[in-house]
Design a protein around this ligand. Structure first.
Ligand code: BTN
Length: 244
């Protein structure tokens, strides 16, 4: 995939770009990047609301991709977003929080929602707090914005920068070189080798974060042995006596 292959569409106001992008992908081999200036019903992972504040990025990509390799694509998407933000601010602390959140100075600045589209289409929804961060008490993890952290960009400029990097890493994936991408993801992820909690539907698992496997799953060394985790929310233990 080349950057030039993307059909970039900008719309004024939609409920969710992940839904609207479905209306645009119909021809075989098409790659659509749909950006909305305003989003009124943003959706987050695991049925949560995504607070979509003015000036932030609401972008959804749709392209053909075999659903069985989705775990690898999650890793590639996160790495691309990490790289785009890091390029804006090379000396700032930018880390990946499994599976695909980006933390700037330890607060969440972005989120991604991957969904299956028609046929073999995949939809990657990307939200980046460019100008503003939600202050609501109902958010799961402390949030920030690029602007709050002194990183000046706009959703308009961020979109092509991200697509360039995503296309590059996606090509590496398609060449079968996932191992290299996994290495880069791991080098820039927060908490590897440390004790973490992973919250799942009704259970909370605790253990040492060993890394990720070839499916993008989190590997957790728990008291009951090594576990492979497909979905969940990670929490770090910043201080030894932090209670969750
Ligand atoms: C998360 O829970 O962290 C994922 C948030 C994903 C938000 C983005 S904003 C663009 C796209 N449209 C949506 O409705 N959600 C995603």
């Amino acid at each position: 995939m080349k950057y030039e292959d993307w059909q970039i569409i900008t719309v004024d106001k939609v409920a969710s770009t992940n839904d609207t992008v479905r209306d645009y992908c119909c021809e075989k081999g098409q790659a659509i990047a749909l950006r909305a200036i305003e989003q009124t019903s943003g959706r987050g992972r695991r049925g949560r609301v995504w607070h979509s504040l003015k000036g932030n990025l609401f972008l959804s990509l749709a392209f053909e991709y075999k659903p069985e390799n989705i775990g690898k694509l999650v890793i590639v998407s996160a790495l691309s977003l990490w790289q785009t933000i890091k390029n804006c601010a090379p000396t700032t602390n930018v880390k990946i929080k499994w599976p695909n959140d980006i933390l700037v100075n330890n607060a969440k600045v972005s989120g991604m929602l991957l969904e299956k589209g028609e046929d073999d289409y995949i939809i990657i929804g990307i939200g980046v707090n460019i100008k503003q961060a939600p202050e609501n008490k109902d958010i799961l993890y402390p949030a920030t914005s690029l602007a709050n952290e002194g990183i000046v960009t706009s959703s308009e400029d961020f979109t092509p920068a991200f697509l360039q990097i995503f296309s590059h890493y996606f090509n590496i994936l398609q060449r079968g070189e996932f191992a290299m991408l996994r290495k880069m993801w791991t080098a820039n992820a927060k908490g590897i080798g440390k004790k973490i909690f992973v919250n799942q539907e009704n259970i909370k698992k605790e253990g040492i974060f060993l890394g990720i496997d070839d499916d993008g799953c989190l590997l957790l060394n728990t008291a009951n042995g090594k576990k492979k985790i497909l979905v969940g929310d990670v929490f770090y233990i910043e201080k030894e006596n932090d209670v969750f």
